[in-house]
Design a binder for this molecule. Structure first.
Ligand code: EPZ
Length: 419
């Protein structure tokens, strides 16, 4: 069993280069199934979710060449099966994008129910509703999804809730459909714009991504023959911004889009941190104890749920009381029990967590319950006094490239140890 051993406290100082966005990359890879040809994707984060995505694509017939650890060339000319490997698709959430892409490419797919972080109920009814509006039939039987369409036809799709996954999935299924699809009440996250930009680079006709109405005019074919670079990771950047505040450090983040970080910047300034915005890089520093604040997680451009646990670490040590209202997921406060083992005073009740700020956290053995909870514990361990041992690293490795190396470069005393 592996664990991260962090000895703190260390004010993190220096530069971090932000990787490509996990939640964009896990959609771009299935999107290549719509291309009858070859394309190159660069700035891919080197994380386990990407490795599994590549394995799934290879099992479907794609040929993948790794140009370096962050770039692949992928040939999807010959897709040889419409059955996705159930053991691999159940390992992560974004495997649901295989459905939209394969409906578009082959009109058929059999795939296991997606896995991923356990954050409460994670239904896919809005994805299914969208596919059905375009003419597909979707059946679920003992954990397997069977989707089929003789011919997909563009249609208006209204999302009952704002869903990142359903917006991207319906967009994927509509790219090669006959006629025009509109997605109303679409999600607006940076990764949605990135998937649309990627598909447009390959010959699709998608307009309005990043607003709440997306219009997709179906095209006959995507041509490939292009190189695309994945958008910088908003959540990795936000994690380091909050790490700078939690450890009272001074970090400059390179390769980020600061426009995507505005809600985080606003909260950092509110709690007393400092931010200098250079457009494609950002400096964050904090030289005093942050003050308490209230946060509500919301779809983009609101404060992201995927940074809620990292913000929770800052608020656990703030001067005063704070409240976080988690409006996206039912079960995203599991990390608060771990922070309490480190001396925090947090009470989680349903969708709210109440923080009574303590002056210091102390090291303890802690367990990451999901990806962002794990990242939050790394931040907490760096800010805390003494030794923190973090277990269940498989969650962290799904979404952060070389987390310990990036933290070590900015001064953290962190080691990966095999027990
Ligand atoms: C994406 O999940 C991200 N994952 C999540 O990041 C992120 O937390 C979430 O969006 C919200 O930003 C990926 O991109 C792979 P949703 P997704 O569909 O698409 C409900 C991380 O740590 N809903 O936007 O699965 C749902 O239950 C992960 O990187 C339905 O009711 O999220 C939730 O309450 C964790 N029916 C809300 O909508 C549906 O059909 C938003 O979910 C779909 C969703």
């Amino acid at each position: 069993m592996e664990k991260l051993v962090v000895t703190g406290p260390t004010p993190l100082k220096g530069e971090v280069v932000i990787s490509g966005a996990k939640n964009a990359a896990v959609a771009l890879l299935p999107a290549t199934l719509l291309i009858d040809g070859v394309c190159t994707i660069e700035n891919l984060p080197n994380i386990s979710d990407i490795k599994i995505s590549c394995e799934i694509l290879e099992k479907l017939g794609a040929k993948i060449t790794w140009n370096n650890k962050n770039s692949i060339t992928i040939d999807t000319t010959n897709i040889t099966t419409t059955t996705a490997p159930l053991d691999l698709t159940s390992k992560f959430r974004a495997s649901y994008y295989i459905i939209g892409a394969m409906l578009g490419r082959k009109g058929e797919i059999e795939v296991g129910m997606p896995g991923g972080c356990k954050l409460g109920a994670r239904p896919i009814d809005q994805h299914i509703k969208g596919f059905e509006m375009l003419g597909a039939t979707v059946n679920l039987d003992r954990g397997t999804i069977y989707a089929k369409a003789d011919k997909l036809k563009g249609a208006p799709v209204y999302m009952d809730i704002v869903s990142v996954g359903a917006t991207i999935n319906v967009m994927l299924s509509a790219v090669l459909a006959e006629g025009t699809t509109t997605i109303d009440n679409a999600a607006k996250e940076p990764h949605i714009v990135d998937v649309a930009n990627f598909l447009n680079t390959m010959g699709a006709d998608i307009r309005g991504a990043g607003t709440d109405v997306i219009k997709i005019n179906g095209v006959k074919k995507l041509h490939g023959n292009a190189t695309y670079s994945v958008v910088p990771d908003q959540i990795e950047a936000g994690t380091f911004m909050l790490a700078a505040v939690a450890t009272r450090g001074d970090l400059t983040l390179k390769n980020c889009i600061t426009k995507h970080l505005e809600s985080i910047t606003a909260k950092i300034v509110e709690v007393g941190g400092n931010v200098e915005d250079y457009g494609d890089s950002i400096r964050v520093w904090c030289d005093k104890r942050p003050s308490g604040a209230n946060i509500k997680t919301l779809p983009y451009p609101g404060f992201p749920t995927d940074l809620q646990p990292q913000m929770g670490v800052v608020l656990s040590m703030a001067n005063g009381t704070s409240r976080i209202n988690e409006s996206i997921w039912d079960s995203r406060f599991q990390y608060t029990q771990e922070l309490n083992k480190m001396g925090a005073k947090i009470t989680a009740e349903g969708k709210n967590a109440f923080f009574e700020g303590v002056e210091k956290l102390h090291g303890a053995p802690v367990y990451s319950s999901d990806l962002r909870a794990g990242a939050a514990l790394v931040v907490a361990g760096t800010a805390a006094e003494g030794v923190t041992e973090i277990y269940n690293l498989e969650h962290i490795d799904r979404g952060y490239e070389n987390i310990e190396e990036k933290f070590r470069k900015i001064g953290a005393k962190i080691e990966r140890v095999t027990e």
